[in-house]
Design a protein around this ligand. Sequence first.
Ligand code: AMP
Length: 282
Amino acid sequence: MQVIRQVHHMARLAQAFKRAGKTLGLVPTMGALHDGHMSLIRAAHRQTQVTVVSLFVNPLQFGPKEDYARYPRDLRRDLNLAKAGGCDLIFAPDASQMYPGGFCTFVEVEGLSDRLEGASRAGHFRGVTTVVMKLLHVVQPSVAYFGQKDYQQALLIRRMVKDLNVPVAIRLMPTVREPDGLAMSSRNAYLTSEERRHATVLYRALCAAKARIRAGERNPRRVVEAMRELLRRARAVRVEYLAVADAATLEPLKTLRREVVVLVAARVGSTRLIDNLLVGVS
Ligand code: AMP
């Protein structure tokens, strides 16, 4: 497994593989790899001939008061895990490689970027779409892999590649969870053991919402209220948003139909966590 630090080096290698007729799979990550990332890496390894994993804590997607400086970083551990998952090339640029002096071009998906996560984290999605577009240009993969855990992000990226005619297939992989249901996240490492216990209520609230919808509830307000009630009882958990939306567009619905996504963002202590579940409405 090769570790590449420079953009021009990564681009040259990727072009050489493409000229040799190989398909490339890209897994963009911010490192601190866990089993969620590993499921993406393994899928890329199974489905494409050259697996590229990017490790880059992207300063552009963090707000000024967010955790950019203390975001967990452990390159050696990440390299070992990525290699075990079948990664062929690691792309680990530093910020000055990705954003050299004078950088001033950004990619923005309008509308969809403003809701939910976008409303809570101003500028976040502009940072995400800009870095993903750069990675897609540098690596030129046939397939790029994303997790359902960041559902709105995945929809935005699908929209971006469609709107800008980027020749890549976007594949969405299911959320990998801890045995008690908590969605795996690099930020789970911030939780104290007490907060970690409380954090399971997020998944339980999503499951309760799913059960209600399955039992016939079609009013999204009542679904959200039931979740809010459950979450109110958990000390140390502060809800940022709860929503039930159309799974394809994230538009709010008056009556639940087709496929919906139930979403939650909450602070557990000072750690911000998000999660979601897809629910088919018969
Ligand atoms: P991150 O390093 O948090 O930026 O995540 C990199 C990729 O891994 C994104 O596409 C995430 O959606 C995906 N991911 C993160 N956590 C999980 C999880 N628990 N299950 C599946 N995919 C995940």
